[in-house]
Design a protein around this ligand. Structure first.
Ligand code: TRP
Length: 424
């Protein structure tokens, strides 16, 4: 067993779907084998988005039951709920004082929300001015801007983040509005554009940008998110933090923060390393776009057999006839199948796609069989756990006990380093 400690957290912000299974749950379970691993449900982090206690409870239970049902060995891995270890909040408070505010300002996650706020405010103002037909030009420019930004995120490999999804949704909304404008423009103004009016529109846009509150909807939980995450990482002396690409910067922040603390109070924390999970390729949803809660195109891992079948049969395809050859590499059915079948079966389906002669209906049945075979046993376990959540809570409670032992040793060490223990 490797001596290295690995740690990762999963935010309970939705019912786990196949994209989560392939992109996070499966790789985390695999990585935790044969290692000292801490895996936790990051419910304190989810609080910056989810304010409904019932919703948070539901997602926490669903995520925890999913990990257990899919085979996380909770006797080896320390599996717990973040909020059961109050030491993390304590450490977070201490770390705040060695964290430059500017570091938080530079967090991609925070900046992206500001960008989205900027776009939203603009769209809102534009809607109010919908009557003004001459806006058309700035609109298409704005649209191009948004498109460029989305493309940039994509080329940086950040296509799969929640933020880039939101950006894409906004872009689509923008394009819709633009076409309405275009139509009106043609109807009312024809080809002659009044340059002065266009200038006015630019002025208007600048005013909107200046007056918009970029921090709207951003709470301090979100803003200080990376500090709490650093506390998670440092509390358990983590060496390696497996995360998706979008979280790499946060792990680097943890290194920076640990470094500042060590520089002031003496060597206290190990510096953690991010481990970027291998790219699993795009996991498409029902409509072919990335599977994501924000698109509503997801297939929950533990849908009933009947529901799973229904959803798979609903996958949107092109209109190629059964006899036509098809490209498996941009086909939703094939891309999903890859994750549920062995290499030989995958190669076989690839050939059948490329050769032609396989209709989409039959391909969907093949996918359904494979996914269902893969999921049947974990689903039975999941259903049993959901019926008896006490079993899940007991496992999490046991994990929390083990986690707290490590956590308390760390906070003691930190207090000693800071001489906060001077009269104990
Ligand atoms: N921020 C992570 C995410 O959104 C979840 C998380 C919270 C985490 N704390 C962590 C991941 C500590 C790794 C280590 O996916």
């Amino acid at each position: 067993m490797s001596k290295e400690i690995i740690l990762t957290g999963i935010k309970p912000t939705g019912t786990p779907h196949l994209g989560n299974l392939v992109g996070a749950i499966k790789p985390i379970i695999e990585m935790s084998q044969g290692r000292q691993a801490f895996v936790f449900i990051a419910d304190l982090h989810a609080l910056n988005m989810i304010h409904s206690p019932a919703e948070l409870q539901k997602y926490t239970l669903e995520v925890a039951a999913s990990f257990i049902a899919l085979g996380l060995d909770t006797s080896k891995a320390v599996f717990f709920r973040q909020s059961d270890v109050p030491e993390v909040a304590y450490l977070s408070t201490l770390l705040m004082n060695v964290t430059p505010k500017g570091l938080m300002n530079r967090a991609h996650s925070y900046k992206e929300i500001q960008d989205i706020n900027r776009e939203k405010a603009f769209i809102k103002q534009m809607r109010l001015l919908e009557e003004d037909t001459v806006l058309n030009k700035t609109f298409s420019e704005k649209c191009k801007n948004l498109k460029d930004r989305y493309e940039r995120l994509k080329s940086e490999g950040n296509e799969n983040t929640e933020k880039s999804n939101q950006l894409k949704v906004l872009l689509e909304e923008f394009q819709n509005i633009t076409s309405v404008f275009e139509k009106r423009y043609k109807e009312h103004v024809g080809k002659s554009k009044d340059e002065r009016l266009i200038e006015k529109v630019f002025e208007f846009e600048q005013k909107v940008q200046k007056n918009v509150d970029l921090d709207i909807g951003i709470n301090m939980g979100l803003y200080t998110y990376p500090v709490l995450m650093s506390a998670d990482i440092l509390l358990y002396n983590s060496d390696i933090v497996p995360v998706g690409k979008d979280q790499k910067q946060h792990v680097e922040f943890a290194r920076d923060i640990a470094g500042s603390f060590n520089a002031i109070y003496g060597e206290t924390f190990k510096l953690p390393q991010p481990f970027i999970q291998e790219d699993t390729g795009l996991i498409p949803g029902l409509d072919g776009r990335k599977m994501s809660k924000s698109y509503g195109n997801q297939i929950p891992i533990f849908d009933s057999e009947a529901e799973l079948k229904k959803k798979i049969m609903r996958i949107i395809t092109d209109s190629k006839l059964p006899e036509e050859p098809k490209n498996p590499d941009n086909d939703t059915i094939f891309l999903l199948y890859k994750h549920f079948a062995d290499a030989a079966a995958v190669a076989d389906l690839r050939t059948r796609f490329e050769k032609g002669g396989l209709g989409y209906g039959d391909a969907k049945k093949i996918l359904y069989e494979a996914a269902n075979d893969y999921l049947a046993a974990p689903r039975a376990r999941y259903e049993a756990l959901m019926k008896n959540p006490k079993e899940v809570y007991a496992l999490l409670g046991d994990g929390a006990k083990r986690a707290r032992e490590v956590a308390a040793a760390t906070t003691d060490r930190v207090k000693r380093a800071m001489k906060l223990d001077y009269f104990n």
